[in-house]
Design a protein around this ligand. Sequence first.
Ligand code: URA
Length: 209
Amino acid sequence: MDGVIIPDHPLIQHKLTLLRDKNTARKDFREIMEELSILMAYEVTRDMTLKEVKIETPVSMSTGKKIFGEEVVIIAILRAGLGMVSGLLRLLPLARVGHIGIYREPDTLNPIYYYKKLPVDIKGKDVIIVDPMLATGGTAVAAIEFIKNISEAKIKFVCLFAAPEGIKKIKNNFNDITIYTATIDHGLNSNAYIVPGLGDAGDRLFGTE
Ligand code: URA
């Protein structure tokens, strides 16, 4: 699908299955989500630009390649996005991290931002928005809109489970967002949960179920 990247790797498939399993204990659930986020970070950083540098090995002079000038900002959508931050930071240890809490006002469906704390001046930076579950796409679209309004950042949206409805919503609203997801599931149930999904990601991460 155009603009949607689904890394195809046995480790990702395996770990998704463990996350889905309702018998996976909280400690394991957190660790597996972190591991999946590391694997997704590997894919998300694939287009980073490299520059050749001179180095000296213990044996000889040589050249190598290094990533330069990519200032990455990770923005976690609360709450479940928190479960992905440590994994991304394992591969992007210098990234700065922002947080956005959003819900939809039930009558008007207007986004209500109940928490926002972003690194100052994210103009022109590479922004990676994370939320493990792309369900209706409502909060994802609101978060992307918010970032677009305050910066000209290049935005990638990274989740683990996506519903076709959520992907469609992002695509209908923006034509310049790449979505990274570990799987596209069947769809949403009447409570807007992803089917088969993994249930409530925040509850399973934080033990609030
Ligand atoms: N949020 C979740 O935590 N799970 C879903 O299935 C959908 C949204």
